[in-house]
Design a protein around this ligand. Structure first.
Ligand code: RP5
Length: 166
């Protein structure tokens, strides 16, 4: 199966980005993690993106905060799908990173997810779904996970109904 690369702009993004890796691990998807900054190490970021396909990477998940150009810079240098995770790392609460990541010009998409840990988790799920298109076994695991989530909501609904108005 193709692998997933989880890249972050700084090691300070690790706590958020590890959520994506955990989701991938749960589905048995091999992933590599590294740091590359669009601003501090632009050549490293470009080289990473340019070599991704030949290294067997099927999806790149890129997380960065502040003026977050990492996902876009990677997407500019590969046709491997890039999922962008905006990180809340500034007094602007992640809105800066969200806008920097989501507003790509036509022709160079970044599939942008929510700000922070929820976004990192969804980046893991989305990467799994992309790889699941070409892998029957993985597709089944994804379906089983959806069913498990639905079961859990049903159980929680029962608990709330039993509790009633207190
Ligand atoms: C961004 O600046 C990084 O992705 C990080 O979210 C933010 C702050 O980086 P550090 O100063 O903590 O290294 O490039």
């Amino acid at each position: 199966m193709l692998r997933v690369a989880v890249v972050m702009g700084s090691d300070s993004d690790y706590e958020v980005m590890v959520e994506a890796a955990e989701v991938l691990k749960g589905f048995g998807i091999e992933c590599e993690m590294t740091v590359a900054s669009a601003h501090r190490t632009p050549e490293r970021a470009i080289e990473f993106a340019r070599s991704a396909k030949e290294r067997g990477i099927g999806v790149i998940i890129a997380g960065a905060g502040m003026a977050a150009h990492l996902a876009g810079a990677l997407a500019a240098n590969t046709t491997v799908p890039v999922i962008g995770v905006p990180i809340n790392a500034s007094p602007l609460g992640g809105l800066d990173a969200l806008l920097s990541t989501v507003q790509m010009p036509p022709g160079v998409p970044v599939a942008t997810v929510a700000v922070g840990k929820a976004g990192a988790k969804n980046a893991g799920f989305l990467a799994a779904q992309i790889l699941g298109l070409g892998n029957e076994e993985l597709a089944k695991r994804l379906e089983a996970h959806r069913e498990e989530m639905a079961r859990s909501v049903e159980e929680n609904a029962k608990k709330v109904e039993e509790k009633g108005g207190g």
